[in-house]
Structures are given as C-alpha cells and as structure tokens.
Design a protein around this ligand. Structure first.
Ligand code: SF4
Length: 167
C-alpha cells in the first residue's frame, strides 16, 4: 500500500536534497498538513464537549507525542510559550480552556477523544493507523536519525533550554 505522496520519482531523482535542508523541511511540513487534513476529515462526523480537560497534561498523565515535523509546524513563526504552572499544555490560552494553536495542533490532539466523544459507533482506527505510518515516513525523510516521536512537554522543555542558552 502506498502510504505517502511527496510528488513523483522523477522530481526526487532530479532534486535529492539532503535531510535537514530547508527544502526537505518545507516538504515535510506540507506533508504533515496534508495528513492533518485527512485526520480532520476522518473525524468530521465526531464531536466532543471541547472542555480543554484533555489538554491538562500533568493532570491526565497523557500527552500528545510528536514527530519532528509536527513540532516544527507547531513552532514555526511562533514564540515559545512558557510552561504553565498548572502543568497544562503550554499552548493553552491563559484561562486553560482553549488551544491557541488549533490549526497546527498535533496529530495526537486531532485523534484523541475521551469517552464523551459523540458520533458514529466506531472511530476510524484504520485511517489513523495509515496516517501515522505517513507521519513516520515524513519524519524519517526529514531527519533519518530521529527514530521516534517525543512527548510535547519534552520537545517544549528542550526548546526552552536551548533558547535560554542562546540568550
Ligand atoms: S496543542 Fe492544543 S489541543 Fe493539543 S494539548 Fe496543547 S492546547 Fe490541547
């Protein structure tokens, strides 16, 4: 099964950019956006109360795990927010109720629903599995040395530490 679509092979042969270059990074972002659109379409028949409770990461003990291009999309053109004192996702608004990066929120945020989900009896697990494979592929192509996704708070803490060092 074909699980990715970066363009045709001819283009890849003519233009074999090294992993980590701007071109490769932009292509990965484009692919991630396409994957997100498909995830949103798969979940279009579902809804949730949008309480923001699942974004209280320390309280729930769960958090989204992001592949590198997902983190790059989340942080592209945005200042890094400080950690929240309540342990919630740093991308929550001040009140802790709404996501401030909704359009670019990670795959895990688009496909995780608690028991209060409303919609068809069955969630689109096969589609999610296929899209996850595509995400992995996009990330591997972007940076082959990174073998897996990482928790959002880990990405965030590392980026904050790195920003402090460069000050
Ligand atoms: S990125 Fe947005 S949706 Fe995802 S955990 Fe953070 S605030 Fe919630």
């Amino acid at each position: 099964m074909r699980t990715h679509d970066w363009g045709d092979d001819e283009e890849e042969q003519e233009d074999s950019p090294a992993p980590g270059g701007t071109h490769v990074r932009e292509r990965a972002l484009k692919e991630v956006r396409a994957i997100y659109r498909q995830a949103d379409a798969a979940y279009a028949p579902f809804s949730c109360p949008a309480s923001g409770e699942c974004c209280q990461l320390s309280r729930t003990g769960r958090q989204p795990w992001l592949w590198l291009p997902e983190w790059e999309l989340l942080t592209k053109g945005r200042p890094l927010p400080p950690p929240r004192e309540d342990g919630g996702c740093p991308y929550l608004d001040t009140a802790g109720l709404r996501c401030t990066v909704y359009a670019d929120r990670p795959f895990g945020c688009r496909t995780f629903f608690c028991e209060r989900i409303r919609g068809p009896a069955r969630q689109p697990a096969e589609t999610v599995g296929t899209l996850l494979e595509r995400l992995e592929w996009a990330s591997q192509r972007r940076e082959p040395s990174l073998r897996g996704p990482r928790p959002l708070l880990e990405w965030h803490a590392e980026a904050l530490a790195s920003a402090r060092k460069t000050r």
